[in-house]
Design a protein around this ligand. Structure first.
Ligand code: PRT
Ligand code: ZN
Length: 226
């Protein structure tokens, strides 16, 4: 049960590729953020809102479980968590509010430069390193390609050279990391942006009204940039 504080809770990434722009968007929406210290939870000075700063991987679950009301998250992490929960028979609902204008990247398959790639079938029985096992499984199962996965939370791009895997499934933005590791991108599986999501449970009218007001501002801020 929610505590009676009545404050809206918003989760953002503590430090990483989404943090600066999530904070900047909230500031442009008129929130006076006070995030100087390392605290997990900070009060917004001018509105009944608390900001929770966590690892991005924790954000979809916090929203789906209703621990926080809103979350800023990459669609790649959100979709991976949704599939993971679905596979475990857990609740995975959330309300999509708005796709944002930052955090763009793609989840792609990549193979060593000298790999003779002629479509997904070329990956038959290959071992593929990834931090996104559920998205990878969905993609290759749909294509009917059997494969073995190798779960790595980091350094995925060095797995082929280290002899741990034949291919990788990883995020790409410029492609410089792939190139630096002698890999070529052969298949784009998923295009991702940062997105704003809400917990599935109905909220009290005051907090819902605050979210509605915030969304008008978010739309205004993003449209003003276009
Ligand atoms: O500590 P925490 O768990 O919160 O952060 P994290 O290390 O898991 O995530 P972080 O901050 O690296 O990324 C957060 C989100 O940013 C991702 O989930 C994506 O939604 C988005 N994003 C956008 C990216 C990239 N672009 C990106 N380029 N996330 C990661 N990368 C990686 C990529 O995998 C590659 O290894 O950056 C490297 C450089 O990419 P190139 O292609 O430009 O060389
Ligand atoms: Zn993470």
């Amino acid at each position: 049960q929610r505590t009676a504080s009545g404050r809206l809770r918003i989760a953002i990434q503590k430090s990483g590729r989404l943090s600066d722009e999530s904070q900047a968007l909230l500031k442009r929406c008129g929130l006076k953020l006070n995030l100087r210290d390392q605290r997990l939870m900070s009060h917004v000075e001018n509105l009944p809102i608390d900001i929770l700063r966590v690892r991005d991987d924790d954000i979809p679950g916090l929203v789906m479980d209703g621990v926080v009301d809103l979350g800023f998250i990459g669609e790649n992490v959100l979709e991976e968590e949704r599939l993971e929960r679905e596979a475990r028979g857990q609740e995975a609902a959330f309300k999509p509010l708005r796709r944002l204008d930052f955090g763009g990247c793609r989840l792609s398959l990549a193979v060593p430069e000298d790999f003779e790639y002629a479509g997904a079938d070329s990956l038959t029985d290959c071992r593929i390193a990834t931090s996104y096992p559920n998205l990878l499984r969905r993609y290759l199962n749909e294509k009917g390609v059997p494969f073995k996965s190798c779960m790595l939370k980091g350094s995925v791009e060095v797995a082929p050279r280290a002899g741990l895997a034949d291919a990788i499934c990883d995020l790409v933005s410029t492609g410089a990391t792939l190139e630096a590791n002698g890999l070529k991108e052969v298949e784009v599986m998923f295009r991702s942006m940062a997105t704003l999501i809400q917990a599935p449970q109905p909220l009290d009218p005051e907090r819902q009204a605050l979210i509605d007001k915030l969304m008008v501002r978010v739309n205004g801020v993003i449209q003003a940039k276009e």
